[in-house]
Design a protein around this ligand. Structure first.
Ligand code: DI6
Ligand code: FE
Length: 401
């Protein structure tokens, strides 16, 4: 079999086993041609290869490249000062009154031009890539005007040209009510003006909405979903993070890809997600950073067969996290997710949360050849260690990246 590159003498976690497990192969090979996997399997059952390049993995582990399916990576400024103030006893309300909180990130992001936003975002992206990320979702949501939301989305797209990574851009105009604007008037503008413009310019493939008492209501989320669907965009939702607004059930009913956060999800929401195949995106970084105490209903989600994805939620306010590996460790320690669930959550199930399950997230012939090669003894090492990065190499579309 002809191929461009053959990785051999490797241990594989294909994430492509019929039992839904890691699909471990102790002595495996992966062959790629034109950026796609053409063969994956045990060495002793492999065909003879005519390979331009052979990479001896010396027994290292190969997993699919990691996929971070929920980030707010593009923004200017940060909220370290606010974090410090809160540690010194200043209340959230007082910080908000003084112009802090999400509004301060909106102000900084509006003031930044595209170059400045790129410069601010690249180090965060590079931190992700250094841990084996090969696909990353990026939401807008810190502009809150058409001009500044589209600027964020253009920057997200540009990051995908500056680095060897696939970016999935999501329009999150409905992230917060902009200062001085009435919530319903803003949502009307999101639906009537912003979504059509974003769709026409091809700047996003999905639309997200923050459905919460301090953001947008269930009815407003439904309005956003209707506008997004009318323009052929996929749907995602921030649901049940701080209270139960039944946003996940709405997402399921509307055919959304995922419902994200879901700490306050109830049994009806779980049943609706299971019936519709809606992915649960769990965000342990935000849970940890906000010192939340209500754990998402993992056992019930698992029992109902809801697909479980994991993501960093990288954002300046509630999850200043750029480490998928640490997110896996948090998911295990805080949410009691298993090693298999943690790794699947950042590969196979994350691909599903982005509608890319037929092309990414597994080692399988025909899939894009995005790999992470790790200096580890066993897959559990990826989840077990804290603040240690065992990535040996990152492969994107069949090439060392
Ligand atoms: N949920 C959150 O926790 C963040 N956004 C969201 O939809 C908050 C973002 C921020 O504070 O900047
Ligand atoms: Fe988020």
């Amino acid at each position: 079999m002809r191929c461009d590159t053959l990785w051999h003498h490797a241990k594989l976690a294909t994430l492509d086993a019929a039992d839904g497990g890691l699909g471990e192969i102790q002595d495996g090979v992966v062959a790629a041609r034109d950026g796609r996997i053409v063969h994956v399997g045990p060495a002793d059952a492999a065909p003879a290869f005519d390979a331009a390049t052979r990479v001896d993995c010396a027994g290292r582990w190969i997993t699919p490249g990691l996929i971070d399916c929920h980030t707010h990576l593009v923004y200017a400024g940060n909220r370290a000062g606010e974090f410090e103030q809160r540690l010194n006893g200043v209340s959230y309300a007082d910080i908000a009154k003084a112009g802090g909180g999400i509004v301060s990130t909106v102000r900084d992001t509006r003031q930044a031009d595209e170059q400045a936003l790129i410069a601010a975002s690249l180090p965060r992206l590079d931190a992700m890539l250094a841990e084996g990320v090969t696909t990353l979702e990026i939401k807008s949501g810190y502009g809150l005007t058409l001009e500044h939301e589209t600027k964020q989305l253009r920057v997200a797209k540009r990051l995908g040209e500056l680095r060897r990574v696939e970016i999935a851009p999501t329009f999150l105009g409905a992230h917060a009510v902009p200062p001085g604007v009435e919530a319903q008037a803003y949502i009307d503008e999101v639906c009537a003006t912003m979504i059509p413009a974003v769709a026409a310019q091809g700047l996003a493939e999905a639309v997200d909405v923050f459905c919460e008492h301090l953001a947008f209501s269930h009815a407003q989320a439904e309005q956003v979903f209707a506008a997004a669907s009318a323009h052929g965009l996929k749907l995602k939702i921030h649901a049940e993070q701080l209270s139960n607004q039944h946003g996940a059930a709405l997402a399921a009913r509307c055919g959304a890809l995922s419902a994200d956060h879901i700490e306050h999800l109830d049994a009806d929401g779980i049943a609706a997600m299971a019936a519709a195949g809606t992915v649960a995106v769990l965000l342990p970084g935000a849970f940890y950073f906000t010192r939340d105490t209500l754990v998402p209903p993992i056992a019930a989600l698992r029992a109902a067969g809801v697909p479980l994805a994991l993501a960093t939620d990288s954002n300046p306010g509630t999850s200043p996290l750029t480490s998928p590996l640490l997110a896996m460790n948090m998911a295990a320690t805080l949410f009691r997710m298993t090693v298999t669930e943690c790794i699947a959550g950042f590969t196979r199930e994350a691909a599903r949360a982005l509608g890319r399950q037929d092309r990414l997230g597994r080692l399988r012939a025909g899939f894009d050849c995005d790999l992470a090669i790790w200096d580890i003894d066993a897959p559990a090492d990826l989840v077990y260690r804290m603040g240690f990065n065992p990535l040996h190499a990152r492969v994107w579309r069949g090439q060392d990246a």
